[in-house]
Design a binder for this molecule. Sequence first.
Ligand code: C2E
Ligand code: MG
Ligand code: MG
Length: 469
Amino acid sequence: MEHTIERTLKSVEEQRRNREQLERAQEALAYDALHDKLTGLPNRTYFIQELQQEIQRCRETSVHNYAVLFVELQRLNAIADNFGFLTADAVVAAAAQRLQECTFHHGTAACFGTGSFTVLLSGGDAVSQISLFVKAVQQALDAPYEIEGYRLSVRTTIGVSLGAVGYETPEQVLASVNTATFYAKRNLKRRYEVFTPAMQEAAIARGQLEHDLRLAIEREEFLLHYQPIVDLAENRWVGFESLIRWQHPTRGMVPPGDFIELAEQTELIAEMGTLALTMALRQLQDWRDRLPEFGDGFVNVNISPIQCGRGGIDTLVKSLLAEFGVPSRALKLEITESSFIQLESADIAMWQQLANLGVKLCIDDFGTGYSCLSRLQTLPIATLKIDSSFVRGMLADPERLEIVQIIISLAQNLDLTVVAEGIETKAERDQLQAMGCHYGQGYFFAKPLTVEAATTFLQTFPNPIPNPI
Ligand code: C2E
Ligand code: MG
Ligand code: MG
């Protein structure tokens, strides 16, 4: 009898324990479903539920005093590349901890993706003093991390959306935060932005532009204009810089400033660049075949850093030179100084291949990119192009004049040719010539010209110089 009671009690106890274990397992599962393993923060699903409740609460009370932040750690890829994934993970986990400390009294921080977090601030001071809060988060997260004896740092960009009447779903709020983050990444100094409706309009316009750009590549709506480059001492035409234009079906001729950046962001620049190279070489062939005046003239083609990073320019150039029967000395490639300083070793090998082919390399917009001078020797550079911002106004500004003189001397000492961009007046031309600048281009000689106008230019120049002023 006693045994039976004992057995029953034991079995009841066992059942209770099993039930508790099951409950704990269920709780753990529910916790795991709503939390990020690496950082321990609430995850995206949890955050969206919270945001949904916040939107609901605001609609009921008609008080929209919340803010959502998208916090993104930049430079993580570089850390992973140089120190390994585990080190990058440790940085993310430590950053999450710091973010949670910043957010603790004000709202919820969640892990949204690899190296990206969201924060929901609800009511109170944090929302009214959003810029102070954002700066505090940036300061906390950007402070160095000591991991496995390394001192590592990230750069934090933050997009913010303030709660507003129109939001009905978390997705709408997150779309605004996403747009603000896009602008935050472009604002290299402040690295944060608060969403405004104008940003959304611009985002829609960008979407439309991207759509149009894709079509334009398919339909080959691009063409090149050619701006003469002139030997200043001999007053003689020597070559053209090709500059891309978009013949838009409704907007007319669109300048590159309106689409190159987007083409780079969407990587459409790679196809556009191939198109530009093909057009330039076809034109070179035509001029060389048809016009004795073209002689040993050359055409410069601008190359985007994105196109460069994709590789294969050497093979493309080689096959195009062969296809159009153009000697390599008739083609020059331009990369801007700011992209030149970012070239990886694979890119440098590619430029070396191009130099071996006999294609010359020019550094465009020189003086604006803070290049390390020793870098000039790692690449087979032939030409420096002085950025027009130095040429413009140099006659009234001794500092600019000094910079121009320094670049000319640098080029002479390194045995490079030097081209001044943006010459608009005779006085600027004369000054540059007196300082020993070899070549120049600018509105003083001619604006970028259509093929027909460029043909006329080289047939008539230099007798006399067509003076646009
Ligand atoms: P860039 O290569 O530095 O080209 C010089 C720009 O200065 C051209 O603007 C030209 O029209 C303008 N310019 C020339 N002389 C003068 C002058 O005397 N005064 C003034 N105010 N401006 C002058 P554009 O054609 O609008 O091109 C802008 C930039 O777009 C180029 O700067 C280049 O970075 C980029 N770009 C143009 N074509 C291509 C291309 O085929 N591929 C790539 N990747 N980029 C291109
Ligand atoms: Mg250029
Ligand atoms: Mg330039």
